[in-house]
Design a protein around this ligand. Structure first.
Ligand SMILES: [Zn+2]
Ligand SMILES: [Zn+2]
Length: 141
């Protein structure tokens, strides 16, 4: 069995641990994730809610709501601003940990990308990554 995945924010105040393997790993190239990450995409490493535990630090939350009232919550370190986790009303049983906050980034193996319709034109993802123009129903990310 693989060691737990551990991670934390840039300043080190927030530390977390995820047990077991992630349920999925993908990229999101939506405009909002570009804005939050300050980059071309955000890396989502999805675990069951009960697999994730926080060992230190406090998170602040930025909430955004879809037209149907369903919330997407971006949890970040209030001291250094690192994006740490996303949670969704739509999938209350999961925690989407931001891949760039993992200690061992060699374990990042994204298999898909959401919102390629707003991808940066100079970004060419490897052929092993399945591309979706938007967020397909039923995909957990
Ligand atoms: Zn921090
Ligand atoms: Zn996104």
């Amino acid at each position: 069995m693989q060691a737990d995945m551990t991670g934390g924010c840039l300043c080190g105040a927030v530390r977390y641990r995820c047990r077991g393997e992630p349920m999925s790993m993908g990229l999101c190239q939506c405009e909002r994730c570009q804005r939050q990450s300050g980059s071309a995409f955000l890396i989502a490493t999805v675990f069951a809610r009960e697999a994730v535990s926080f060992e230190s630090g406090e998170l602040k939350t930025y909430a955004a709501y879809d037209a149907d009232g369903s919330g997407l919550y971006r949890h970040f370190c209030p001291d250094c601003g690192s994006a740490v986790m996303i949670t969704l009303d739509r999938y209350p049983g999961i925690r989407s940990m931001m891949g760039g906050t993992l200690d061992d980034k060699s374990r990042l193996k994204p298999t898909f990308s959401l919102w390629c319709s707003s991808a940066q034109p100079w970004l060419q993802l490897p052929s092993g990554i399945e591309l979706f123009a938007d967020y397909p129903d039923g995909l957990i990310a």
